[in-house]
Design a protein around this ligand. Sequence first.
Ligand SMILES: Nc1ncnc2c1ncn2[C@@H]1O[C@H](COP(=O)(O)OP(=O)(O)OP(=O)(O)O)[C@@H](O)[C@H]1O
Length: 251
Amino acid sequence: MSAIIESQNLNLFYGDFQALYDINLAFEPNEITALIGPSGCGKSTFLRSLNRMNDLIDGVKIQGKILFQGNDIYAPHVDLVELRSQIGMVFQQPNPFPFSVYDNVSFGLKLAGIKDKAQIDAAVERSLKQAAIWDEVKDKLHQNALSFSGGQQQRICIARVLAVSPEVILMDEPTSALDPISSAKVEETMLELKEQYTIITVTHNLAQAGRISDRTAFFNAGKIVEFDKTKKMFLKPAKQETADYLAGKFG
Ligand SMILES: Nc1ncnc2c1ncn2[C@@H]1O[C@H](COP(=O)(O)OP(=O)(O)OP(=O)(O)O)[C@@H](O)[C@H]1O
């Protein structure tokens, strides 16, 4: 299989501080990859590099390449709105806009210039169904998204990403702000979504990584220590450092 998105010798600096060192990771389509590691090891920084969210931060310097479908996303003239519709992101805190469910989910389509109401209605329904929230909101599409529970808001945010038909979905601790039942629903949704999308998720929850991910990348101090199939890494890690982290000896 060939990777849908990959980093090649990625180094990232915040001013003088180097946060990532020579990261080479290739992500297979239709898989969930978990990024794990102790606090501050660079997981979120790496995730944000994959759709250029770090561009928003002053003083960031990036070396190396991120190839998406073979093309360097840091090449000049890359359209960032288009890039972020192909590589969407879901954040730790559900962050719906303070307007209706319908307006949240259709936001990206309208931004892309789509005006046909029937087309927008169909995309809103498809996305909410894929995000496993349709049944809960179908009669409340014009209710403010902020009036729903945290778990529902997170699935509305997932639907907002899906509406613009991404290939890759980046998730930064998507369940850590949720109660266990909402978390389980989001995990179930992720497993359904991988049939059609590629998911890369940061998680502090090793049990969650074990439950839902196909592969795991273990970061420590800005470097990749180990990257392998999750079952293999969790049962028989290649490096002592990984074994110690998985055993809870640090981090
Ligand atoms: N905007 C920034 N400016 C300067 N340094 C930053 C910035 N964002 C992150 N860092 C530093 O880069 C390093 C990696 O941070 P990052 O948030 O990527 O780690 P993480 O593994 O995602 O951590 P956590 O699990 O706590 O979220 C840390 O030392 C952090 O302090």
